[in-house]
Ligand binder design. Structure first.
Ligand code: SF4
Ligand code: SF4
Length: 336
């Protein structure tokens, strides 16, 4: 396995990590097998979140006795101090640990959210307090909006940044450049673009060549996947002349109708959280988390059927996506 320094945190982490979303759909036994395989293969970075239902709990059980061999990262969606503290305490309990190496503000997507989190009484205040108590070693930020994430990086308050990067999503490269210039750690989530690639191994190998990225964290829900991912990192080979065009063709195909979750289309006058609808659709159709995604979709204040077809979102989308049509398709997939 190849290792890199995670920014200035002092941790040497495997360039291939574990993303904690898909473990939700498998049993405890598999979580334990994945952790055992990770140990054997030298994978030592694991990223989960309070929002991933039982992911923390499963990993918490699986890590008993080997907790110290991992750099453990989790996240809170809370923007206020009270909520962040409550989430952290729950996460530590679920993960069966006294502290986490990295605690991240999860998916900060608007200026208002960032400002609230950093203001007095905001989430950061509680996390800094927890850091003083030794419950949190380092603080990071994650998101799907490049401009907001860039602002977060520029505050100089965070040790790491986590964003989607893959063969089709390149808009976060400037964020990672800014982070690297500050000595921050860089974590690439969604390296497989929500499971969209026909040649996932090529997509991962391409990312492993990026010097800007400290670690990539594809979701893992089987030992076989863990072995494949780790093998790509420990026996890394650059793409050859036959492989490169294959990936380029996929990028060209996907690029036409693929939501990058940049959120430029918002706000929708009908209150539809457009990218969230597409994320849930992806979970249902690509991650095999249909039941969970359908439940989350049903709990949205305003689902895709509320669309009044005004077209405002489409005029704002930098990728010129046919959002209205895509919402109709998503609604069919999520409200069968
Ligand atoms: S077209 Fe529909 S989804 Fe788009 S802004 Fe108008 S109401 Fe919202
Ligand atoms: S629909 Fe377009 S503007 Fe909205 S999040 Fe997706 S890519 Fe961005």
């Amino acid at each position: 396995m190849k290792y890199k320094a995670l920014g200035k945190t002092g941790y040497e982490i495997s360039v291939m990590g574990i993303g904690g979303i898909p473990i939700q759909r498998v049993g405890q036994e598999v979580a334990e097998q994945v952790i055992a395989a990770a140990l054997e293969l030298g994978v030592n970075f694991l990223d989960t979140a309070r929002g991933y239902t039982d992911s923390e709990e499963k990993f918490g059980y699986a890590l008993r006795g080997v907790r110290d061999r991992f750099v453990l990262a989790t996240k809170t969606p809370a923007r206020d101090a009270e909520g962040a503290r409550r989430d952290l305490e729950t996460s530590l309990r679920m993960l069966q640990t006294d502290s986490v190496e990295l605690y991240q503000l999860h998916n900060v997507s608007t200026k208002a959210e960032l400002e609230q989190a950093l203001a007095p009484g905001g989430a950061l205040e509680a996390i800094l307090q927890a850091q003083q108590e030794g419950l949190v070693k380092h603080i990071g930020v994650t998101g799907h909006n490049d401009q907001i994430l860039l602002k977060a990086v520029e505050t100089g308050l965070f040790a790491t940044v986590q964003a989607p990067v893959n063969a089709v999503e390149r808009q976060f490269i400037p964020v990672f450049e800014a982070a690297k210039a500050r000595g921050m750690g860089t974590i690439a989530m969604k390296p497989l673009a929500g499971g969209s690639f026909m040649h996932p191994q090529l997509a991962l190998r391409q990312l492993l060549a990026e010097p800007l990225l400290d670690v990539i964290i594809p979701g893992v829900d089987s030992v076989e996947q863990m072995r494949q991912n780790a093998g790509l990192a420990s026996d890394w080979q650059p793409l050859n002349d036959e492989e490169r065009p294959l990936l380029e063709q996929e990028v060209a195909d996907l690029g036409k109708g693929f939501c990058r979750r940049c959120e430029y289309c918002l706000p929708c006058p009908q209150g539809i959280k457009i990218p969230q609808v597409f994320i849930l659709e992806g979970y249902a159709t690509r991650y095999n988390l249909a039941e969970w995604a359908v439940g989350r979709y049903a709990s949205l204040d305003s689902d895709a059927s509320a669309c009044a077809e005004c077209g405002i979102c489409e005029s704002r989308c930098p990728y010129s996506l046919p959002i209205r049509e895509m919402l109709k398709r998503a609604h069919k997939n999520l409200k069968p």
